[in-house]
Design a protein around this ligand. Sequence first.
Ligand SMILES: [Zn+2]
Length: 543
Amino acid sequence: MTKNKFFVIATVMTILVLVIGVNFANAASLASKLKGRILLQVESKGEAWYIYPGNFKKYYLGKPADALDVMKKLGLGAKHETIIKYTVFPKGLWGKILLDVDDMGKAYYIYPVNGKGYYLGKPADALEVMRTLGLGITNANLATITSSDAAAPEVSVAPADSSTDTVELIKSKYSCAVCKSNEKCVAGKCTAIALEHKNVCGNFVCEEGESYDGKVAKSVGGTQCALDCSAPCTGEYCNSYAQIECACDEYDALAERHGCIASAKKCGNCGAMEKLFDSVLTIQTDVIKCLSDYFQYKPARVLYKVFYNPGEPCQSKSGCKGNEGGAAGPDYIMFPTINGFHQYGQILPIKASEVTADVHETTHYFLYQMLHGIPSWFHEAIAIQTNERLNCVSSQQSWGDYYLYEKEKGIGGINMADGNYLTYDYYRKLKKGQVSLSSKEKEDHYLTGTIFVMGLKDDYKCGFNCVKDIVIKLREKEQTNCMFGIGENCSVVNYGTTWGMFWLGNGDKEGGELAANKLIKATVEEVVGKSVEPLFDLLNIKY
Ligand SMILES: [Zn+2]
């Protein structure tokens, strides 16, 4: 049996390239702009509405007492120390309601304009916050935002789904914020861990003799350590989080690694597209900060290599959604072309406001850096759930991820071979044997990952916070395995002249993917507190 190795240098890349040209919904964009805001109907009696950032729908707040109830229902549990820690909260929490789980569920509204928290206290306090921080809106504009009321008409191509919003979810145990690379979060505190073997690529610390120059390697070879070390800034679109660079001069090396480039024309330069690199840098920097807050991990500088590979001009008068996705590895993220909205007749975004954020591929990069070699289905599970559930910046696609159907009706929940949409109802039918996956669907990492995430939420109360805990726990294990160097269980391997990655928790041994699945299963069970065998078996994930 051939060993499965995915090299740092010539790695198996996770690829998601979707080019979709459909009409852009203005209503969705207004709702996404106003997410987390409290709106006051100025042309009526000043009725208050709240745009819930989780689904971009409006919730009627009614009387002050009702308002507090509604807001609490939509709140997220948070530890007291988290609530008192911030003056300005992390971007991912802007517009949300936090409930202090250690103090009788006291509610705080994180005002999305300045990121500060406002105590909602008694109904009268809630009223005061609504009046002070609320934003006036016309009836016409308000009408374009979908209502949370089930009776309200909804634009929907997918069947109505039984909501999982009411599932009470497991609260996160982690509250360390970002620790240094040679520390781990122990009981809420960043605690130094002793590195038994220094100068090892993959022990999470960039040490003497390790470096990474940021260039795409043509093939396996070289001794660079992209796992621990940041590449230096080589261009003007660079900061301590990210660099955006035109990758035309690396065409040959890129084409060797990515099929989607190999079929494209060679480019000499990025032309007019380069004018937008500044906004790409701003957006992706915010995404990286937001992902760092979520995963409590700051990776080496993320290199975004943008290639010039535009598709057909947009044929729709109201514009096209354009691209989403690219490819990610442990050393860089590649976009075939800049991601964003295209105006009629345009092949690319032309204005800064049209550029859209990437969360999916950037999550893959985080996972490579945090966990080294994890199976593709798990890679996609985490990238898809993060893209769907983590609201980092307003320039994110409002519908979240195409696969997971939670955020917005209309888009999300893909069409299955049997004509059904992938919804929570579909998942429940799958469990009962009322529907089944085709053989092709069974092999699809995106589907396996998505259904895994749905199953965790529906049957194990394991949502956004719990998924994060699974990743953080896995990282702790990998960190422990690798602090002793590249011994038995660290999934980094030195192939003589090349640093590569091996399956998580397995070292350079046979049966790597099964062992990685087994470790993931055990970790999920630690977090959710019961066996997840039925879910693994349903999805045919071997362990
Ligand atoms: Zn992916």
